[in-house]
Write a protein that binds this ligand. Structure first.
Ligand code: ATP
Length: 599
């Protein structure tokens, strides 16, 4: 997404987000604008009523009118002022208290829905993660942005048009008053837009970094390691450094805009002085009445005040948020993972045809020209050194990633051409970085098949198949000390995660080394059980432990993103290659166990 070079002008952004905002809360947007129009009109009506009152009072002072002639303009002015206060209060409450939270919720949902539809490979791209971070911040910014547009168009717009017509009717040259207030302010803000858009671009990676370092200092999952390794100070320093860089950039941008603000204040003052002089001349020349002078003079302060508010506060805020809003728009415009409907039929097995895959931002492919066939009902083990490409291969075979070259046929479905929900149907997997959901034990297992719901008997059965000892534990035990529950040991968590993978109804199941916290002998036991459960299905087991790999029908040996060898345990051993080498190194673990079992 960050490769997008297309520039968004303020107008383009406004035109794009107004429909999004209206869609998120149509009635509230309509109400907000109606209140704005009423508010704008009430301001002008108040100026006109002030003029009438002042004219009546100066008439009374000159003995041409009495108290009763002054009373009705006074009451009209009081009614307008009161009405204006009420409308203002209702608009403020509605904007911040109703429209903002309602839209923020809907727009967040929009981001989440979009994330569900884009290709998961984007999450491997750090540029995308930066932009996503900014886009999430754009949720609130969009509504604030739109509220400002609404205020500027329906409230200030109506106010300026009506007060402009009023001034023009009094004396056409007084229209200049509006321009004097508007032009210098707009010029200053064009510069502001550039400064803050650049600031937003530069600060997103720093914000992400500082948030991460803060996590390493404060989060529960890090605290044991950072304290015992004495890494707390290191991370604290990193946190401080990124924060300093961030504040430095903000300070630079603020300094630039503060100078512009000073110029703006000066030009506003000059504009107001000139407008007052024009009014004074018109009154002296008898072109306007004293009442008109007083009303317009009072309104002048309001006009310049509103201009300052629009420019300094509103447009200033829009500038600051422009980057976030643009990222939100870009996120929504990102291509989605679409494709034809279809469900994999695993009686056709799983086939990789000459596939290659390169991670975003990397030059070297993680997988090169791999061809592989998993027959229906076959269990395949994948072994290889760290970084050999085992996990990447599994992500390609399960359709999570689509190959850059070649084809994966998952139960007959081409993963690049089929829609994502179709591809994932009937596929289950347990990965190295499985999740420890802060939910009950039952929910932690049943989450893999939400459509099937939680079946306690089946949950107990898969837990037992994964070697999870219930002990005194109950299915509704909350697995999170933060939520008042208990924690599990690393091995127990891994078993719960395996149970989750088994619980999902599937025709193809993948275990990508979820057993690192379980000892080799126990792991082999789990895989023995798994091998039986996987009978009739396609299955892939990624493991560093040859004792477990041996249980599979065939073993794939990966090296440098390619298949170095493939065959049964016996075939690979007889070839005396990399596999035999790995076996030799690990054999002692299993030989002793085999001896024990044969006694
Ligand atoms: P291990 O046994 O350590 O889990 P592996 O065999 O599963 O390793 P992969 O995780 O598939 O290996 O990685 C294969 C290559 O792809 C490695 O060079 C790795 O650095 C690279 N790689 C993996 N994930 C990413 C990523 N998200 N972005 C960029 N490169 C990646």
């Amino acid at each position: 997404m960050n490769t997008e070079t297309k520039k968004y002008s303020l107008l383009k952004v406004i035109l794009r987000i107004i429909p999004i905002q209206f869609k998120s809360a149509p009635w509230n947007c309509l109400l907000e604008n109606t209140l704005g129009i009423m508010n704008g009109l009430s301001f002008t009506l108040t100026v006109a009523a002030t003029q009438k009152l002042f004219d009546a009072i100066s008439g009374a002072a000159a003995g041409k009118a009495d108290f009763w002639d002054c009373l009705s303009p006074l009451l009209i002015l009081a009614a307008f002022t009161f009405g204006q206060q009420i409308i203002n209060g209702v608009q403020n409450f509605h904007g911040i208290g109703v429209l903002l939270p309602k839209s923020a919720g809907r727009l967040t949902a929009l981001i989440h829905q979009k994330l569900g539809r884009i290709d998961p490979v984007y999450f491997e791209d750090t540029g995308f993660l930066d932009d996503l971070n900014k886009a999430k911040e754009g949720v609130r910014a969009i509504t604030m942005f739109c509220m400002i547009v609404f205020v500027c168009v329906s409230f200030y717009g109506v106010y300026f048009v009506s007060i402009g017509a009023y001034l023009f009717r009094l004396k056409p040259v007084l229209i200049l008053t509006l321009l004097l207030a508007f032009l210098p302010a707009m010029a200053a803000q064009t510069v502001n837009i550039k400064v803050f858009t650049k600031l937003e671009e530069q600060s997103a990676p720093l914000r992400r970094e500082s948030a991460y370092y803060q996590k390493t200092i404060c989060d529960r999952e890090y605290f044991k390691e950072t304290r015992i390794l004495g890494a707390f100070t290191f991370f604290y320093q990193r946190f401080e450094e990124t924060l300093m860089l961030l504040t430095g950039k903000i300070w630079k941008a603020e300094r630039k805009t503060a100078l512009l603000q000073l110029l703006l204040d000066f030009s506003s003052f000059a504009g107001m002085a000139l407008s007052s002089y024009m009014l004074f001349r018109a009154t002296m020349a008898g072109e306007i009445t004293i009442g008109m002078f007083a009303a317009v003079f009072a309104a002048l302060g309001q006009i310049f005040g509103i201009m300052q508010e629009i420019v300094r506060q509103h447009i200033g805020n829009m500038n600051r948020d422009m980057g976030k809003v643009v990222n939100f728009i870009r996120l929504l415009a990102m291509p989605e993972r679409t494709g034809t409907q279809g469900i994999p039929d695993f009686t056709k097995g799983v086939t990789a045809k000459d596939i290659s895959f390169t991670y975003p931002g990397r030059d070297k492919p993680a997988i090169s020209k791999v061809s592989l066939e998993i027959a229906p009902g076959e269990t395949l083990a994948v072994v290889g050194e760290n970084g050999a490409g085992k996990s990447t291969l599994v992500r390609l075979l399960t359709g999570i990633y689509r190959p850059s070259e070649g084809k994966v046929l998952l139960g007959g479905l081409d993963t690049a051409a089929a829609s994502a929900p179709g591809v994932y149907q009937g596929v289950s997997g347990v990965f190295q970085k499985y999740q420890r959901y802060k939910m009950t034990l039952q929910e932690n297992v049943a989450i893999s098949d939400v459509s099937a719901g939680a079946d306690p008997t089946r949950i107990r059965s898969v837990l037992s198949e994964a070697g999870f000892e219930m002990g005194g534990r109950k299915l509704d035990d909350m697995l999170s000390p933060e939520f008042g529950g208990v924690d599990l040991s690393g091995g127990q968590w891994q078993r719960a995660a395996i149970a989750r993978g088994l619980y999902r109804v599937n025709g193809f199941i993948v275990l990508d080394e979820p057993t690192s916290a379980i000892d080799p002998i126990e792991e082999t036991k789990i895989y023995k059980q798994f091998e039986q459960l996987a009978r009739g299905k396609c299955a892939v087991v990624v493991t560093h432990r040859i004792g477990s790999a041996r249980l599979a029908d065939r073993i794939v040996v990966m090296d440098g993103g390619r298949i170095a060898d493939i065959g049964t345990h016996e075939e690979l051993m007889s070839r005396k290659g990399k596999y035999a080498e790995m076996w030799e190194k690990q054999a002692q673990w299993y030989e002793r166990q085999e001896e024990k079992e044969s006694v």
